[in-house]
Every structure is written in C-alpha cells, then in structure tokens.
Design a protein around this ligand. Structure first.
Ligand SMILES: Cc1cc2nc3c(=O)[nH]c(=O)nc-3n(C[C@H](O)[C@H](O)[C@H](O)COP(=O)(O)OP(=O)(O)OC[C@H]3O[C@@H](n4cnc5c(N)ncnc54)[C@H](O)[C@@H]3O)c2cc1C
Length: 375
C-alpha cells in the first residue's frame, strides 16, 4: 500500500477477499500516519495494534536514501517505525497482513446523559468480564444542535457505548445484556457488521473538524476515576468538551505478537481521550479543563499517552509523555543519525535538547553527519 491511502480504500478492497485491515474508529485517516503511531483498531483486543501486523516499510530518509525496513533487514528502524510516528523519514509504502473479516457483531447504544453514573458504574463492572474477542468504549458526548445529528440525539448530552465482537452473534448479544440493563436507553444499533461499515460504530465526524484534543492512559477504572469523570462530564455539568472517551485496552494489545516495538503504554487498562471544538471562545477553555481532568486522574494514570490519541504536543514536558524514556532515547539517537538537520520536525516528534549530546555527537561523527541539536 502506498503513502496517502486512507483506510476506506483498504477496507473496500480487502472486503472483496473476505478480509479486513485493522482500522480504528474512522476509515477517513491515512493508513501510514495511523500505523506509524501504532494504530489502535476497533478489533484491537483480539488482534493487537495495526503496527503489530506490518511486514515491511519503504522509507526515504532525510539524505534521500530509500530503504526497505523489515524485522530482519533493519531491526532497530523496524522497531522504531512501529509506534515512533513520523520522526525518521517519509514512508512511501507499507506491506502488512490483512485478517479474516467474518462474524463481526458491532454497534452502539445511546443512553440519556442523565443516566451517566449508572452506565459508567455498570461499564466498570462489565469490562473485566469481556473476552479479548470483544472491544468496548464509553463516550460522554455533548452533541451539537445540528442537522447532521439524528433528531433524537440532536443538542443532547448522551452516553454512547460502542462495542465490537468477532464470533458467534448469539454470544455477542449475551455479552451486551448487562449494559442494556444498566439504564433505559434512547437508541440501539447493534448487529452483524461488515468491516466496510466500521465507521458506524463510533460515528466520528466524516469531515475534518477543528478540534483540540488531550489524551492519557489509565491503569484502572476505580471509584476515584469514575468520580472524576462524572465531576467533569456528568449530568448538569457545562463543559466545552464535546467527547470524553474511555476505551478499553488489554487483550492482544498488551503485547506485540511479532517481536518488540515502540508503542507506548501496552500495559495500560484504558485510553482516556477528550476532544472539543478549537473555535473561540471554547478553544481557550479547553486547555483549562484538560489540565483539571488530568490532575484529577493523575493517581490512576502513568501520565503516559498513546501517541495517536495524545493531542498535539503542547510543550517539552507534554512531549515526554508519548514514549517511555528508553524508547525516546532510541528515537533520538536514530533521529540524530538519520535526520541530523531535523527535517522531520512536524507533529509528534521527539525533542532533542535534553539528551546526552556527547553520546549522540559520537554517533553522528561515526555516521559522518553534521548535527543540529537544540531544536
Ligand atoms: C476522527 C478521528 C478518529 C481517530 N481514531 C483513531 C483510532 O481509533 N485509533 C488510532 O490509533 N488513531 C486514531 N486517530 C488518530 C489518527 O491515527 C492520527 O491522527 C493519524 O496521525 C492520522 O494519520 P493521517 O496520515 O491521516 O494524518 P496526517 O495529518 O497526514 O499525518 C499525521 C502524522 O503522521 C505521520 N505521517 C503520515 N503519513 C506519513 C508518511 N507517509 N511518512 C511518514 N510519516 C507520516 C506524520 O508524523 C504526520 O505528522 C483518529 C483521528 C481522527 C481524526
């Protein structure tokens, strides 16, 4: 697959072979950008991160060299590209495994936001009982009063349970039962689903929207987390945050099935992600809310993030959250070796100033390059 291809094209083509790719909540993002950040898929608890299934990258580095990067041909670069984002070059093509797409049962249930506490409580008791064939997330949504939103949900505060399961549909229905009983619901749309319809599960916007985001990883969903979520996003709260989402991790996401990689937070239990419209006056309020939520969730969080759901890097300290120290160090070393002039400095990239520059300069001298540090 070449650079620039979006998931939709891959899902459509793969479907003609009875296969699917490990797409996330929307098929409207680029496969390469998504996969370089690990790629947290709808079916992640069963199959792991999208980057676990990459066979080869074709990479053009800053000096114009085109390299084929595989587990055997360049193990260090292969390690860093699987989760290290766009630090090290331009990926011009990627080879990856597709997976069987049969027997997917998926969809969502919308609850009135007034039942948020009961639904969240049931969700916290329910998720530990799920097998790894099942993925789930819970979103607190403050939906705008716009025509694109279906009438019963328009302008409402709702809690949206998202669910996907691969296996016997009867078993899937049984698995969902405790959540159905958690509170009266407004709308349910669950059933057998083709991977080409994955977008209907989360119902992310199908057009680009200006958003400001913030994510963190949680180690648990205990009472302190539930209290914090309800304090910031529960009924009666005025919040500029359009979406606050708890996504269940674990299962096959916990360990890379094919060697090592640089995806952060494999041992986390949940991803917690918030997004709001980056338009005045909301844009100014969002960082304040994000800081407050972050503080309140600090006890249950390693502070780290999954880079694809990090939000843009705010400052040097925030940047440190995207990769653990040893991966960061390896990324920086590779960056100085392959991109000494920091050509790839856009987006989610490691900073270079706090490293032991003598060590890195030795590497650069060995590699015969000039270093520009301190960006
Ligand atoms: C609505 C929505 C839902 C999402 N849901 C999920 C989800 O479920 N799971 C998940 O993991 N992520 C999710 N994401 C995050 C998404 O994976 C990232 O935003 C990803 O970076 C999108 O890649 P892109 O190529 O479309 O974006 P771009 O803005 O084109 O690229 C983003 C970055 O990716 C890198 N990149 C892209 N192409 C290349 C290339 N050819 N070579 C080198 N580097 C490259 C660069 O660092 C670039 O800055 C979601 C995003 C949106 C907007």
């Amino acid at each position: 697959m070449g650079a620039g291809v979006r998931w939709k094209a891959v899902l459509d083509l793969a479907a003609t072979f009875g296969l699917m790719g490990l797409c996330g909540s929307t098929s409207d993002v680029g496969v390469v950008g998504y996969t370089l950040g690990g790629g947290l898929p709808i079916m992640g608890r069963k199959y792991g991160f999208a980057s676990d299934h990459v066979i080869a990258f074709e990479l053009v580095t800053a000096d114009g060299t085109q390299r084929r990067v595989t587990k055997n041909e360049d193990p260090e670069l292969f390690f860093l590209l699987r989760g290290g984002k766009g630090n090290l070059g331009i990926v011009t093509a990627m080879e990856f495994h597709l997976l069987p797409s049969q027997d997917i049962f998926a969809g969502g249930i919308y609850f009135d936001g007034g039942h948020a506490a009961a639904v969240l409580q049931q969700f916290s008791e329910w998720v530990p009982t799920l097998p790894s064939e099942a993925s789930a997330s819970l979103a607190f949504l403050r939906l705008p009063d716009m025509d694109i939103i279906p009438e019963p949900l328009r302008g409402k505060f709702v809690v949206h349970l998202r669910f996907a399961y691969q296996g016997d549909p009867e078993a899937a229905t049984q698995l969902l039962e405790p959540m159905r009983r958690s509170a009266p619901f407004m709308m349910e749309a669950t059933g057998p689903l083709e991977p080409t319809q994955f977008d209907s599960i989360h119902q992310d916007p199908d057009q680009p929207v200006p958003v400001r985001e913030h994510g963190l990883l949680l180690e648990r969903l205990d009472d302190s987390v539930k209290v914090a979520i309800l304090r910031h996003f529960g009924p009666g709260v005025e919040s500029p945050v359009l979406l606050a989402e708890l996504r269940l991790l674990g299962g096959a996401l916990a360990k890379c099935a094919d060697g090592e990689d640089s995806v952060n937070g494999r041992d986390a239990a949940f991803s917690f992600f918030m997004a709001g419209m980056a338009v005045p006056p909301l844009a100014e309020l969002l960082p304040v809310v994000y800081d407050a939520v972050h503080q309140d969730l600090r006890e249950a969080s390693s502070g780290g993030t999954f880079v694809n759901l990090h939000g843009h890097f705010v400052d040097a300290e925030d940047r440190e959250r995207a990769w653990n120290p040893s991966i960061r160090e390896r990324l920086r070393k590779a960056k100085v070796r392959l991109d000494p002039q920091n050509m790839f400095s856009f987006g989610h990239v490691v900073g270079l100033p706090v490293i032991d520059q003598t060590v890195l300069l030795e590497d650069v001298v060995t590699a015969g390059g000039d270093a520009v540090l301190g960006n």
